[in-house]
Design a binder for this molecule. Structure first.
Ligand code: WQD
Length: 323
């Protein structure tokens, strides 16, 4: 019996694969390699190269590997791109999930850990968001994640599935340098790229209603994200039918963009580069910080890495990939 990790060849997925294997779980990866990289997988992990929209391949994979549960990470995840290409995002993220759930129900695969996002909250007007803070996504990307949560919950109720939706906050850091960096349009990789090019890092707006005027986020180490998936999967192993959990994965600590940039400059020894403030990026909430109380209570999980560890490992991962 295995757990199937969709998107397991992606940056977060490859960390989840390692965490689950280290805990003794047998895993199979299902990834279309559109953004994933098979080289991220440890030796001996079976890879099914197929799309989550491909029902026949899903049916075959669930049967062949006797899948007892799925960690569904495969998705499109660029907020800006989702505004340009909403149909693509709904197809991949919502129709893909619906196709997967159909295959799971028919195969009798009863457990699902679903990757959701803090993007479901939109622009929350609270110090820390709990899972009961109203959701008002600001982008098609966030909408597809909220619709995904609804679909997962409805399927759990109708078909007795055991499910957990994990709302990721801002993922940073690298567990092992050989997994490289996420290569995404996020603060840490973008700042490191500027520093490498000898350019000043960019601050997207410093007139927000926060202490230093820059946006505040809740950063979480990718290894901690991976361990939270493992904790959720293990919880679902013994959970009763129709269990449904929705959990923030964050640390509950707000860090400003200015502070992150200063720490990255210090870690790379480039305090001579002075951050440059440019226009606000449309759609950025001033502050979004998780309450991590529910996940601690439900799964006994809390983050083990602090911001310094995220920064040190991100710098090491970047050096490994980009020399
Ligand atoms: C963080 C802050 C930027 C680059 C996104 C998605 C979210 C989730 C995580 C999931 C913002 C500022 C950035 C730079 C800057 N994705 N910034 N200079 O937007 O909080 O969250 O990633 O899959 O759903 O929305 O993350 O890292 O892009 O930005 O000032 O060069 O850094 O404006 O305030 P964000 P981010």
């Amino acid at each position: 019996m295995s757990w199937m990790i969709t998107g397991g060849a992606g940056y977060i997925g490859a960390h989840v694969v390692r965490a689950m294997r280290a805990a003794g779980q047998s895993v199979v990866v299902y990834d279309d390699l559109s953004t994933g990289d098979a080289a991220r997988l440890p030796d001996g992990v079976p890879l099914v190269t197929a799309s989550v929209l491909d029902r026949a391949r899903l049916d075959a994979a669930l049967a062949e590997h006797r899948v007892r549960g799925v960690v569904h990470i495969a998705a499109k995840k660029q907020v800006g791109e989702s505004v340009e290409r909403p149909l693509l995002y709904y197809r991949e993220n919502v129709t893909g999930l619906q196709t997967l759930l159909g295959a799971m129900v028919d195969a009798g695969t009863e457990r699902l850990v679903f990757s959701s996002s803090a993007a479901v909250y939109g622009m929350p007007d609270v110090e820390t968001v709990t899972e009961d803070t109203p959701c008002a996504p600001m982008s098609p990307y966030g909408e597809t994640k909220l619709a995904g949560e609804w679909l997962v919950r409805a399927a759990a109720r109708a078909h007795g599935l055991r499910v957990a939706s994990l709302r990721y906050f801002n993922v940073a850091g690298a567990a092992t340098p050989e997994l490289g960096d996420p290569g995404a349009y996020n603060l840490v990789p973008m700042v490191l790229e500027r520093i490498e090019a000898g350019l000043p890092p960019l601050v997207f707006g410093d007139d927000y209603p926060t202490e230093d005027g820059t946006c505040v986020r809740d950063y979480i180490h990718v290894s901690d994200i991976a361990d939270a998936h493992l904790a959720a999967a293990e919880h679902l192993e013994t959970a009763p039918a129709a269990t449904e959990l929705t959990l923030n994965i964050g640390r509950g600590e707000g860090v400003s963009v200015r502070e992150m940039i200063d720490r990255l400059l210090a870690a790379t020894g480039r305090t001579d580069l002075h951050p440059e403030t440019v226009e606000r990026r449309p759609g950025d909430p001033a502050r979004i910080v998780a309450s991590a109380d529910r996940i601690r209570a439900e799964l006994g999980w809390s983050a083990a890495h602090d911001v310094d560890q995220m920064i040190t490992s991100a710098v090491a991962g970047r050096r490994h990939t980009h020399g």
